[in-house]
Design a protein around this ligand. Structure first.
Ligand code: HEC
Length: 170
């Protein structure tokens, strides 16, 4: 009786510790943005209409960002793709630091834990470099195809990253 009660108390006491240990593998995503509130507001205004406030548009015919967009941070080319997307590169947000912050919100908050541990956040300089190389709707599909093959091969991303839409038939 005493032993089982002790075990129960010990288990309860260990729970928060386990959570702290798991969380400490990754920095708090808010520390990766200069202004997390602005970044979130920008995402909701400029992207949320199509992708949903939490990045989860299923079953709409839109790519699901929630819990998976961070995989694109795994290779330099796939990381550049996120900034070169037409809706991102041509965004009405002209300030590159502000756009970098918003994309960090997309990757590290909407993407959950999908970005590899230790991923560097986007910077204004990186956004400034990639924006002029915007993809067009003509080359976007082929580029995504090439990049997601690499994500599966090199980063062991789940094969479903190859599908633009969850549940899409190849
Ligand atoms: C008008 C609707 C619309 C808006 C607004 C929009 N997107 Fe998209 N997004 C799409 C569609 C559709 C695709 C699929 C590729 C394509 O056709 O451009 C896409 C693709 C993406 C992808 C690639 C996902 C993948 O798995 O390859 C990301 C990341 C993304 N959008 C982020 C954003 C961000 C960030 C914003 C805000 C700046 C934004 N989108 C605004 C419709 C939209």
């Amino acid at each position: 009786m005493m032993v089982s009660r002790w075990l129960a108390v010990a288990a309860v006491m260990m729970l928060p510790c386990a959570a702290v240990f798991a969380a400490s593998d990754r920095p708090d995503p808010r520390t990766l943005m200069a202004d997390p509130e602005q970044a979130r507001a920008d995402y909701v205004e400029h992207c949320g209409g199509c992708h949903g406030v939490t990045g989860d548009t299923v079953p709409a015919r839109l790519p699901e960002l929630a819990g998976r967009v961070g995989w694109f941070m795994c290779t330099p080319a796939a990381r550049a793709y996120l900034i070169r997307l037409p809706n991102v590169a041509h965004s009405r947000i002209t300030d590159n630091a502000q756009l970098a912050d918003m994309m960090n919100y997309v990757v590290f908050v909407i993407g959950g834990s999908s970005a590899p541990v230790g991923t560097r956040p986007f910077t204004a300089d990186e956004v400034a470099r990639e924006r002029p190389l915007a993809l067009t709707n003509a080359n976007l599909t082929a580029e995504r195809d090439r990049l997601t093959r690499q994500l599966v091969r090199q980063c062991h991303a789940p094969a479903s990253i190859r599908d633009l839409y969850i549940g899409a038939k190849p």
